[in-house]
Design a protein around this ligand. Structure first.
Ligand code: COA
Ligand code: AMP
Length: 633
C-alpha cells in the first residue's frame, strides 16, 4: 500500500484519531469533549466542547511564538502601482485596533458583519477583527451588483457593513459607496452603521451619524483581545450561487475550519511554515477565504494579496513577476487565468524573463482544467501543475494530488484521488454505486471531514433538502463525473444549472429570473456555452410576449444591461437572441441541454419526449445569428 493510501485509509477508518492528531496543530483555550459529534446527524459537528479563537491562531500565536517580525502579508497591487508588507506583529496590532473599533460600537460574538471590500490589506484586517471578537463575517465579492449585496444583507442581517470608497478594475474605478447605499436602500434590513475606508483613488461621500471613516475610527480605538469561542461557533458565512436567485449562505465553524486548513498547507500543498504562499484569487470567493486569508496565516506562512489581473496589468508576465519578486513557493489559481496568459503569450516566453526557482508547484481549481492548458503550464513553469477539486461548501479540496504526503502521477483531466477525510463515490439516479469509469452523480459519504459546511445560515432545512436528502447517508456534490480503475476522480459537469464563468460560479436560473422580469419577455432560457477563455459563457434565448413589436435588438440590449445591474458585471452576460418559441418536452420542460449542444455544435440525440422537433432548426438559426451553432463569430 502506498504512503498516501495508508494516510487516506486511516483518515476514514480512524477519523477521530486522525483529526484529533491534526488538531494539535492549533492552540486551544480548552480541549474538545468529542472529536466527532454525531448527536444531531446528519448535521455533524467537530471538536464539540472545545474553545479557541481563530484570529489568535492566525496572528497572536505566531507573534508570541517567534514570527513577530516575519512578513505575514504582502500586498502587491499593479492596479495602484503600490506594494505593502505587514509583519505578523503589524497585522496583529492593526487587527486588534480594528477589533476595538467594532467592539466599542457594540459588535459582539454572533453578530454578523458584511465586508464589501476590494483586494486591500484592510479587508484582511476587517475579517480577522471579526474573528477576533467572535463576530460572523460575510465577505461579498466586489463584482456583484447592489441587488446581490442587498439579498445578502437581508439574509445575514448584519449589524455593520465594512466597505471602501472604491475598487479598481483595469478599465475603470468601481465606486463601492453608491453601490452600498443602493443596496441598503433595496434591503429591508438596515445595519446599525457602516465603516468606510477612503482610498486615495476616490473619495466617498459619508452620511454623518451612519457612515464612519475607517481612519478616524482606528485613530480613536483601543486594541481588543481575542475572545474565546466555542469550536462550533460560526466564523463566517459565504454566499454562493444556488439554483435560483436566492443565494446559499454557507456557514463555517471555528474549530474544524482551523484544524483542517492548517493540516492542508503541509499535507496537500507541501508548504512549510515561513514560506510565501500565493492564491491568485479574490477574497470574495472561497479560494480567497481559505488560501489568501486563513490557511497560510494559521500555518505561519506569508500570504500574498494581489490586486491585479493575469493579463493587462501590465502584461501576460504579471503572475511570473510576482512569483519571482516575492519568492513564492506555492501558487494557486484558476485555469481561466492560465488560458488568458496562454492566449497572449502562447509560447510562455515571458516566464523566461523571471527567476521562478522558488516555485515548487501550481495548484488549480474553480473549473476543470483542460489537458492542453495543464500541459502548457507544466512546460512553461517546469513544476508540477495540479488540478484539484473543491467547492465553497467544502472549504478545501475533496480530491487532490497531495504532494505533501506523496506526489502521485498526474493524469490530465483528473483531480487525482479523494483527499484524506473524503470518502467519494459515484451514484446512479437511484443511489446505487456506478461501475468504474461510468459517469454519475458524485457524492461524499457522511460525515464530511472538519472544515466543511455546518449548513446554510439559518436554513438547515434548505441545506438538508439540497444536499442530504437525495442520497441518504451522503452529501450530494452537484457535480457529475466518474472514478477510474486507479481511483482517480474526473469531475465533468454539474447536475444542476450552475455554470462556471472565468472560475466564477453562477446560476443560470438566477440569470433567467432577471430576464423573465423584463416586461416584454414571455419565456426565456439561459445556458452555459463553451468559451475558450472563460470556460463557459451564459447565452440567453428570449421569447417575447404576444403583441410586442419593438426592435428585438433593443430588447436584447435591455436584458443584457438588466443582468449587469441586478447581478453584476462578473456574469459577463453579453449574448442573447430572440426566438419565436423554445424547444420543450411534452410535459412543458424546456430542453436547455439540447440547445446547449446545438450552440456548441456538439452531436445530440433528438429527445424522445420533444413536443415539436422543427423548433430545433429555428433555435439553430437564432444561435447562428449571434455566432454560435457553427455560425460566424
Ligand atoms: N469588482 C468589480 N467588478 C469586477 C470585479 C470586482 N472585483 N471583478 C471583475 N469585475 C468586472 C470586470 O471589470 C468586468 O467588467 P466589464 O464587463 O466592464 O469589463 C467583468 O466583471 C468580468 O470580469 P472578469 O471575469 O475579470 O473578466 P475579464 O474578461 O475582465 O478577464 C480573466 C478575464 C480570465 C483574466 C479573469 O476572469 C480572471 O482573472 N479570472 C480568474 C478568476 C479567479 O481567480 N477565480 C477565482 C476562483 S479560484
Ligand atoms: P465554487 O463553489 O465557486 O468553488 O465552485 C465549485 C464548483 O466548481 C464545483 O462544484 C465544480 O462544479 C467546479 N469545480 C471546482 N474545481 C473543479 C475542478 N478542479 N474540476 C472540475 N470542476 C471544478
Amino acid at each position: 500500500m502506498s504512503k498516501f493510501e495508508i494516510v487516506h485509509r486511516r483518515s476514514i477508518e480512524q477519523a477521530e484519531e486522525f483529526w484529533a492528531e491534526a488538531a494539535t496543530g492549533i492552540e486551544w483555550d480548552k480541549p474538545w469533549e468529542r472529536v466527532l459529534d454525531a448527536s444531531n446527524a446528519p448535521f455533524y459537528r467537530w471538536f464539540s466542547g472545545g474553545r479557541l479563537n481563530t484570529c489568535h491562531n492566525a496572528l497572536d500565536r505566531h507573534v508570541n511564538g517567534g514570527r513577530a517580525d516575519q512578513v505575514a502579508l504582502i500586498y502587491d497591487s499593479p492596479l495602484t502601482d503600490s506594494q505593502r508588507k505587514l509583519t505578523y506583529r503589524e497585522l496583529r496590532d492593526q487587527t486588534a485596533l480594528f477589533a476595538g473599533v467594532l467592539a466599542a460600537r457594540g459588535i459582539t460574538r454572533g453578530d454578523r458583519v458584511i465586508v464589501y471590500m476590494p483586494m486591500i490589506p484592510e479587508a484582511l484586517v476587517a475579517v480577522l477583527a471579526c474573528a477576533r471578537i467572535g463576530a460572523v463575517h460575510s465577505v461579498v465579492f466586489g463584482g456583484f451588483a447592489a441587488n446581490e449585496l442587498a439579498t445578502r444583507i437581508d439574509d445575514a442581517k448584519p449589524s455593520a457593513v465594512i466597505s471602501a470608497s472604491c475598487g479598481i478594475e483595469p478599465n475603470r474605478i468601481v465606486s463601492y459607496k453608491p453601490l452600498l447605499d443602493r443596496a441598503i436602500e433595496l434591503a429591508s434590513h438596515i445595519p446599525d452603521f457602516c465603516i468606510i475606508l477612503q482610498r486615495p483613488q476616490e473619495h466617498a461621500e459619508l452620511t454623518p451619524g451612519f457612515d464612519i471613516d475607517w481612519h478616524d475610527a482606528v485613530a480613536a480605538a483601543s486594541p481588543q483581545d481575542c475572545v474565546s469561542l466555542d469550536a462550533n461557533d460560526p466564523l463566517y458565512i459565504l454566499y454562493t450561487s444556488g439554483t435560483t436567485g436566492e443565494p446559499k449562505g454557507i456557514v463555517r465553524d471555528n474549530g474544524g475550519h482551523a484544524v483542517a486548513l492548517h493540516w492542508t498547507m503541509k499535507n496537500i500543498y507541501g508548504i512549510a511554515p515561513g514560506e510565501v504562499y500565493w492564491a491568485a484569487s479574490d477574497i470574495g470567493w472561497i479560494v480567497g477565504h481559505s488560501y489568501i486569508m486563513y490557511a497560510p496565516l494559521l500555518h505561519g506562512n506569508t500570504t500574498l494579496l494581489y490586486e491585479g489581473k493575469p493579463v493587462g496589468t501590465p502584461d501576460a508576465g504579471a503572475f511570473w513577476r510576482v512569483v519571482s519578486e516575492h519568492k513564492v513557493a506555492g501558487m494557486f489559481t484558476a485555469p481561466t487565468a492560465l488560458r488568458a496568459i496562454k492566449q497572449q503569450d502562447p509560447e510562455g516566453t515571458l516566464a523566461g524573463n523571471y527567476d521562478l526557482s522558488a516555485l515548487r508547484s501550481l495548484f488549480l481549481a474553480g473549473e476543470r482544467c483542460d489537458p492542453a492548458t495543464l500541459h502548457w503550464a507544466e512546460k512553461t513553469l517546469g513544476v508540477p501543475v495540479i488540478d484539484h477539486w473543491w467547492q465553497t461548501e467544502t472549504g478545501w479540496a475533496i480530491a487532490s494530488n497531495c504532494i505533501g504526503i506523496e506526489p502521485l502521477p498526474v493524469k490530465p483531466g483528473s483531480t487525482t484521488l479523494a483527499t484524506p477525510g473524503w470518502d467519494v463515490t459515484v451514484l446512479d439516479a437511484g443511489g446505487s454505486k456506478m461501475p468504474t469509469g461510468k459517469i454519475g452523480a458524485i457524492a461524499c459519504k457522511l460525515p464530511l471531514p472538519p472544515g466543511t459546511l455546518l449548513g446554510f445560515w439559518q436554513a438547515d432545512d434548505r441545506y438538508r433538502k439540497s444536499y442530504l436528502e437525495r442520497f441518504p447517508g451522503y452529501y450530494e456534490t452537484g457535480d457529475a463525473g466518474y472514478i477510474d480503475e486507479d481511483g482517480y476522480i474526473y469531475v465533468m459537469s454539474r447536475t444542476d444549472d450552475i455554470i462556471n464563468v472565468a472560475g466564477h460560479r453562477l446560476s443560470t436560473g438566477a440569470i433567467e429570473e432577471v430576464l423573465a422580469a423584463h416586461p416584454d419577455v414571455a419565456e426565456c432560457a439561459v445556458m452555459g456555452v463553451a468559451d475558450d477563455l472563460k470556460g463557459q459563457l451564459p447565452v440567453g434565448l428570449l421569447v417575447l410576449k404576444a403583441g410586442v413589436d419593438r426592435n428585438p435588438d433593443d430588447i436584447v440590449t435591455e436584458v443584457i444591461n438588466l443582468v449587469r445591474e441586478r447581478i453584476g458585471p462578473v456574469v459577463a452576460f453579453k449574448k442573447a437572441v430572440v426566438a419565436d418559441r423554445l424547444p420543450k418536452t411534452r410535459s412543458g420542460k424546456i430542453l436547455r441541454g439540447t440547445m446547449r449542444k446545438i450552440a456548441d455544435s456538439e452531436e445530440y440525440r433528438l429527445p424522445a419526449t420533444i413536443e415539436d422537433p422543427t423548433v430545433l432548426t429555428e433555435i439553430r438559426q437564432a444561435l447562428q445569428s449571434i455566432g454560435y451553432a457553427g455560425g460566424a463569430i
